[in-house]
Design a protein around this ligand. Structure first.
Ligand code: NAD
Ligand code: IPM
Ligand code: MN
Length: 349
């Protein structure tokens, strides 16, 4: 297996070291070879060379690697996020990674900010459409910088794009014996683009007899995620709403340091990254929680068909959380590195 590793910026670099450490530990325990190739793409490289992604970069990722792992991107020296857009959003778009797979799973009741809620109440998956919506940069600014400025940012919704993500959500539910899929949009206010989501959701729900299909407007969904998260099994929504509700979901799991994600095109080279960003103020301080990155690496192994190894990584993370061998943000006393060491040392055979 050949994996491209892009640590990126800020704490992305810190947590990637730990994810790689745990990947190597699990590979050696199970006698697998993971060929991990580091790519220097990120803010420093961009500032030095002017290159965010080399001309053949996306093709190389797609054709020469089985998966891509990214730490995080974002650096205050590049306020327009030019490099991050190319590396992160570019990879999502160019590799057509239309499924943003973001499991929301609470590992220990202690970590949940909600009163009297535990792991059985916070255990669902968000599928975020990952190649369309408001992220396509269609629009422009007219008379920029003047009092007459007009800024237009269009939301793209295609039948193909909406269909494939909602289909993926239903198929995921069916394959796992789940019985509830909830779609969230804002079709009461966005009566063009989100009418398409309504239509496709109705069409597809009719084909899944054993699955209860519900719909919430996105504002109500955020309310229910706090009031009664136990009602959810699978949530499917658009690109921007999915971005927002997965930071909310991360908090239900104990914070941004806990949340994992996969950017998938089923059957093709996919990309895995923690949900959090580069948190520049914590870079190099040995405080960032590496769990989200390590669980993202586990999602990568799961997607590559290495289920046993993925479960072993998750079990080691669960042990770290249960025994308090974790970072301060989730109540532990360890640093980033020591947490990674503990998890790597506790991979079950
Ligand atoms: P952020 O996720 O970097 O950090 C927000 C806060 O969450 C931090 O201050 C910290 O308190 C907490 N946090 C995040 N990750 C943590 C971890 N691993 N351990 C402990 N605490 C953690 O979000 P931001 O401050 O909005 O963004 C910083 C930069 O990262 C920006 O440039 C932003 O665009 C970028 N960003 C990148 C990604 C990505 O690469 N996927 C995702 C989100 C934000
Ligand atoms: C995420 C991030 C990105 C997004 C940013 C950095 C562009 O917030 O992966 O959740 O909005 O998709
Ligand atoms: Mn986000």
């Amino acid at each position: 297996m050949r994996i491209a590793v892009i640590p990126g910026d800020g704490i992305g670099k810190d947590v990637t070291v730990e994810a790689v450490k745990v990947l190597k530990a699990v590979a050696s325990k199970y006698g697998k070879t993971l060929d991990l190739e580091h790519l220097p793409w990120g803010a420093d490289y961009f500032l030095e060379t002017g290159i965010s992604v080399p001309p053949d970069g996306y093709t190389m990722l797609r054709d020469q690697f089985d998966a891509v792992f990214i730490g995080a991107l974002g650096d205050p020296r590049i306020p327009d996020m030019r490099h991050a857009r190319d590396i992160l959003l570019g990879t999502r778009f160019e590799l057509d990674l239309y499924v943003n797979y973001r499991p929301i799973r609470l590992l220990d009741a202690r970590l949940c900010p909600l009163k009297d809620r535990g792991p059985k109440d916070v255990n669902f998956t968000v599928f975020r459409e990952n190649t369309e919506g408001l992220y396509v940069s269609i629009g422009g600014r007219f008379k920029a910088g003047t009092e007459d400025e007009i800024a237009i940012q269009e939301e793209l919704n295609t039948y193909k794009g909406v269909h494939r993500i909602i289909l993926h959500a239903f198929e995921y539910a069916r394959a796992r014996g789940l019985t509830k899929v909830c779609m969230a949009d804002k079709s009461n206010a966005m009566q063009q683009g989100h009418a398409l989501w309504q239509r496709v959701f109705r069409e597809l729900s009719a084909q899944y007899a054993g699955i209860t299909a519900t719909h919430y407007y996105i504002d109500a969904l955020t309310m229910y995620m706090i009031k009664d998260p136990g009602q959810f099994e699978v949530i499917v929504t658009n690109n921007l709403f999915g971005d927002i509700i997965t930071d909310l979901g991360a908090q239900l799991q104990g914070g941004l340091g806990m949340a994992a994600s996969g950017n998938l095109h089923p059957g093709k080279t996919s990309m895995f990254e923690p949900v959090h960003g580069s948190a520049p103020k914590y870079e190099g301080k040995n405080v960032a929680n590496p769990v989200g990155a390590i669980l993202s690496a586990a999602l990568m192994l799961e997607t590559l068909g290495l289920e046993t190894q993925a479960r072993a990584m998750e079990a080691a993370v669960e042990q770290a959380v249960a025994s308090g061998n974790v970072t301060k943000d989730i109540g532990g006393k360890l640093g980033t590195k020591e947490t990674g060491d503990f998890i790597a040392a506790n991979i079950p055979s």
